[in-house]
Design a protein around this ligand. Sequence first.
Ligand code: ATR
Length: 277
Amino acid sequence: MTVPDQYAVFGDPIKHSKSPRIHKIFAEQTGQVLEYKAQEVPAKQFSEAVAVFFANGGKGLNCTIPLKELAWAYADVKTERAGMAKAVNTLALQPEGSLLGDNTDGIGLVTDLISNHGVTLVGSSVLILGAGGASRGIIAPLLEKSVQTLVIANRTIDKAINLAAEFQHQGAITGCGFNDLKGQQFDLIINATSTSLTGQLPPLPEALLSKNGVCYDLAYSNEPTVFVKWGEDNLALKSLDGLGMLVEQAAEAFFIWRGIRPKTRPVIELLNAERKL
Ligand code: ATR
C-alpha cells in the first residue's frame, strides 16, 4: 500500500485550527491523495520538529502563530513575497531536497476581497490598523493591486513609520498614529492588530470610513469580532472577518504543493454555514 503524501500545520496553540478540515475537503474535491495534520509545536521546538517532519517523508508544511518568522529563517529559498513579509506560512519540499518558503496570507486576503466580495482595490484608499507581522504580510500584495494610498496606523507610531518606509519603493504608503487619522476617510479599513483576540478595539476617530466603505478583520471567530461590529456600526457596505482569507491562503498553499487549484467558494460557504449553527 502506498503511503499518502504527508502535510501538516504547526502552531501553538493549534487545537482549533480549521486547516486540516480545509485541506481534506480540497484533497477530496481535486482527487489528490494526501494527509494533513495539525501539530502543536512551541517556538523553541520548531527547528527540530520541522527536521523530523521532512525526514519522515513530509512534503509540505503550514506554519502559523508564533512560528512564521522562524519558518522564514528556516527556509533554504524564499519567494519574493515571503522575503518582503519576513514571514513564511508555507514550506514546500523541492524535488532536489531544498525547502522553499512562501507567504500566501497576502494573496489570500486580496483574492478574498476581489474575487469573493467584489471589492475594487485599484485607485482606493486603504488603512491598515497595526504594524506587526500580520500587517507586514499584506502590504506588498495590496500595493501590487494599485491602491491609491495605503496608510498604516499603529499605537507605537515609530513602528508604523518604519514599516511604511520599508515598502516606499512599491507605492504610496505612509505610517502614523491613531490620532493622526482625524479628518481622513478610507474606502477599505483592515484590522491587522491583535486586538480582536482580546475583544478590544484601537481608538478610531469618527467618520473614518467612506460611504460604501468596506471593513475587514484579519482575525475570524464564530461570533462577529469587535472590529466587524465597529464596521457594521459605521455603516460599512461589507464588514468581513478573515475566514475567507484563511481558505484562500490555504488554496494557494495547496496549489504550491499539488499544482492544482481547489474551488474555495464551497468551502467558505460550508464553514460559514457551520458557524451560524
Ligand atoms: P501579529 O504578528 O499578529 O501582527 P504582533 O507583531 O505582536 O502580532 O503585532 C500586534 C499588533 O497589534 C501591533 O501593531 C500592536 O501595536 P504595538 O506595535 O503598538 O504594540 C497592535 N496592538 C496590540 N494590542 C493593541 C491595543 N490594545 N491597541 C492598539 N493596538 C494594539
